[in-house]
Design a protein around this ligand. Structure first.
Ligand code: DX5
Ligand code: ZN
Length: 218
């Protein structure tokens, strides 16, 4: 369970991060947007640094930015534990970016947008610790889940087996009880959810029901 703080109350972000941490989240999912790779602008390393002390959970920095390689050290220094870069983002050398993330002591993840074939990630699997499959076009919270991305999950798992590796798959966008269960049944390991968690009256209840729904086999 990785609540996306894009849907948090930015005027009291530290409190919201503390609340999800106490409510049973496993990660904090942080959406970084640059207004170039996606139309929206959100937050960067100073904001991550300011909330780092409010949670001991691993921080996932989901970088929806061009040239992520120029900012890796800043994100590592701000307290990110897992850094996700997009395969679609303009950058010097994607493989070098993934390796640099690891060299800096973080886990490296590759994110793939709905229109991008999952096969394009396969040459990079050995250089990754996590695969992020987007179930909306990135840029905004509160969008509808795109079920057509679901077959990417078993396809990626099969390719991982073929390559003799097993890395977790995170799914991001439009996750609620129903879509979370569908994604989990398809094999997703981590659910990123913004609106569903932060707009709930009972945040702990929302995280708990989402994780129970994902765990149930029927
Ligand atoms: C979309 C972001 C998502 C988003 C999820 O660009 O990467 O993490 O915040 O929000 P919901 O759960 O509202 O779709
Ligand atoms: Zn995200």
């Amino acid at each position: 369970m990785a609540p996306s703080i894009l849907a948090a109350d930015f005027s009291r972000l530290g409190d919201d991060v503390r609340r999800i941490s106490e409510a049973g989240a496993d990660y904090v999912h942080i959406d970084v947007m640059d207004g170039v790779f996606v139309p929206n602008i959100t937050m960067g390393p100073p904001v991550i640094k300011s909330i780092r002390g409010h949670s001991s959970l691993p921080f996932i920095a989901h970088l929806m930015i061009t040239h992520p390689e120029r900012h890796l050290e800043a994100f590592v220094e701000s307290g990110a534990d897992i850094i996700e870069v997009h395969i679609e983002a303009e950058q010097d050398d994607l493989r070098a970016t993934l390796r640099e993330i690891r060299a800096l002591g973080c886990k490296a993840a590759l994110a793939v947008n709905p229109p991008t074939p999952i096969e394009e990630t396969y040459p990079y699997l050995q250089d990754m610790d996590l695969l992020l499959i987007m179930s909306v076009n990135p840029g905004f919270g509160g969008q509808s889940f795109m079920p057509q991305v679901l077959p990417k999950i078993p396809a990626a798992k099969a390719e991982m087996r073929r390559q003799g590796i097993s890395i977790p798959i995170e799914i991001d966008g439009g996750i609620n009880l129903g879509t979370g269960r569908q994604a989990a049944q398809a094999g997703a390991d981590i659910l990123a959810a913004g609106t569903y968690v932060f707009k709930a009256d009972d945040m702990a209840g929302a995280i708990d029901s989402l994780s129970r729904s994902a765990d149930s086999k029927d």
